[in-house]
Write a protein that binds this ligand. Structure first.
Ligand code: 5GP
Length: 191
């Protein structure tokens, strides 16, 4: 397994801790984006899921879109993002509810059935894995569509929250490029 040294160094250099176990990575992932690092991370996902058959990359707006499009570009497969606002024009909708712990609210997540079909083999990509609520919502949408979830890839997993453990117990192939063990006392502790 290639150690994502570049990502880890960047987290330590530019990441900022916030109350309640939130890490801000706004100058290379979540607001300003570093496309070179984003590409390296996508290459690593492609390597880690190389033995899997994937014909679609799925993510959730907004922050999952950048890494997902890089992965989809490398795999040469379509990228679909689940939407957090229900468009009035959407037909054939799949919908679920997701609780956001950073925003402390529940929102509806939806996508068109036209872009998630029973024969799809889906790789989900997102920026963060925390309690796994976004991931659970995606699992629900994939189930509703009758598609197959091949794996889930996260740029950053916070292992002091329960999402990673839950997903792995469910037998899902989870890959995280950097794992944060603790943000206690505003200190970033990486695995
Ligand atoms: P979960 O659904 O796993 O609890 O949280 C994952 C989602 O919440 C991600 O899509 C991400 O947008 C957001 N998130 C969770 N924890 C953090 C964090 O520490 N920093 C940032 N920037 N976003 C987070």
């Amino acid at each position: 397994m290639i150690d994502m040294k570049e990502l880890k160094e960047r987290i330590l250099r530019d990441g900022k801790c916030f109350e309640g176990g939130v890490l801000k990575v706004d100058n290379f992932i979540n607001h300003q984006m570093d496309p070179i690092l984003m590409k390296s991370m996508a290459v690593e996902f492609v390597r880690r899921f190389a033995h899997k058959k994937i014909n679609k990359v799925l993510t959730i707006e907004a922050s999952g879109i950048a890494p997902a499009i890089m992965v989809g570009y490398l795999l040469e497969v379509p990228v679909v993002f689940a939407k957090k606002k229900v468009p009035v024009t959407m037909e054939n909708m799949l919908a679920t509810k997701v609780y956001s712990f950073t925003k402390d609210r529940t929102y509806d997540v939806c996508m068109s059935k036209d872009f998630l079909c029973p024969d799809d083999k889906v790789l989900f990509i997102d920026d963060f894995l925390a309690n796994g609520n976004a991931a659970k919502g995606i699992i629900d949408l994939v189930k509703q569509a009758g598609a197959e979830l091949v794996g889930m890839g996260f740029l950053i997993e916070k292992s002091f929250q329960e999402g990673g453990e839950w997903l792995r117990k469910e037998g899902i192939h989870v890959e995280s490029l950097a794992i944060i063990e603790s943000l206690d006392n505003c200190q970033i502790k990486l695995k």
